[in-house]
Write a new protein. Sequence first.
Length: 103
Amino acid sequence: MENIQGKIILDNTEYKTNLTKNYLNGKQYKKINSQEIRAFIPGTIRSIFVKEKDSVKKGDELLILEAMKMKNRIFAPVDGKIKKVYVNIEERVAKNQILIELE
């Protein structure tokens, strides 16, 4: 297994580490887009409280996603306007599927 030298700087201290091939070929970090509300777990949409063009404030309830008999309330992460609702009530969704998009 090939190791590649890596460098990490933390609190003005430099650390050296070996990065394995598996690590280098792993999934890259992608910054979360706060305008997209995605399913964090597979489940079924039980309620939708907003529609396109509605204005929402951070913390407003958007929908209920039921997963493993638990009803998960999904809230707006930021203030905005509903650009598009991608799901319907009783629709099954996959993990990371986009549910609602904000403007």
